[in-house]
Design a protein. Structure first.
Length: 281
């Protein structure tokens, strides 16, 4: 029984690095970014549930075993239960450290405080989402979850893009809100905090989660406004504010949503990981 409980705990703890491998190994995630994120989140949640169940079972058995006159076995189960509770406590404290959105410190992405401080020049509703135009010389479009959910878009973007391209950009940001990408990125920040600091997996996971949320939002926007508009919007943004990642994302949208798309037409997973840096919108 003790071996089974320890095995459950080990399996639960192993779900953290194993679920990270689901995002960082292979190239299937590039074609199905949303599915990859869902599998990763579910695998991590399953590991957490298994660990909690193992702790509760160990605690319950320690009480019944001690009362039945088996002090050594009861002590072992008690120690296992306390060790599990300690591990959950550490994970909880790391979760507080990981509440910062991945990429938040990137200098090219304005902070929420900075966005709120900008002068608002216009606003309108896009369904349940409020779109706020702000005075900012940069090409900014950022989705902020809340009540109500808000998309901040700079006048620079508003004036630089034709309506069809702007609609694609707003659809991309709306997809971030609908698919709860901020929550996934915070979960990813907690995930990296649970991994060893010098781990290669830790270095890869944050950029990969940012990458996949961007690709998932591209796909959702392409489905809403059409792949051509999404591709052209990314290409237009790349023209007015050159970024290698925007060109790669435009090529991916074009290839992935083409009826004649061949798997080799898509950029490789490793190429996208290098070129799609966190913080770009």
């Amino acid at each position: 029984m003790i071996g089974a409980i320890v095995g459950l705990m080990v399996a639960g703890l192993a779900a953290v690095p194993l679920s990270a491998c689901l995002l960082t190994r292979g190239g299937w995630q590039i074609r199905r970014p949303r599915r990859a994120l869902m599998v990763w989140a579910l695998a991590g949640a399953l590991g957490l549930v298994v660990t909690i169940v193992a702790v509760l079972v160990a605690a319950a058995l320690s009480l019944s075993t001690s009362s039945a006159g088996a002090p050594i076995k009861g002590l072992a189960l008690t120690l296992i239960a306390w060790a599990g509770l300690g591990g959950l406590g550490i994970a909880g404290s790391l979760a507080q450290l990981g509440r910062v959105d991945l990429g938040e410190d990137d200098g090219e992405r304005p902070s929420i405080t900075e966005l709120l401080a900008r002068r608002r020049t216009d606003s309108w509703q896009m369904g349940a989402i409020t779109v706020v135009e702000i005075e900012d010389p940069r090409y900014v479009a950022v989705a902020i979850p809340g009540t109500p959910s808000t998309i901040f878009v700079s006048r620079a973007v508003q004036h630089a893009l034709p309506p069809s391209y702007l609609s694609a950009v707003l659809a991309h940001e709306a997809a971030h809100l609908r698919q709860h990408h901020t929550l996934l990125r915070r979960l990813g920040a907690w995930h990296t905090a649970c991994l060893p600091k010098r781990s290669r997996l830790r270095r890869e996971i944050s950029s990969r989660i940012t990458l996949l949320t961007e690709l998932a939002a591209d796909d959702a926007a392409a489905s809403k406004v059409g792949p051509a508009h999404m591709r052209d919007a990314l290409a237009a943004l790349n023209h007015i504010s050159p970024s290698r990642e925007l060109g790669v994302r435009a090529a991916r949208v074009s290839a992935l949503h083409s009826q004649r798309c061949a798997p080799e037409a898509l950029p490789s997973s490793r190429t996208l990981s290098r070129q799609l840096r966190p913080g770009h919108r």
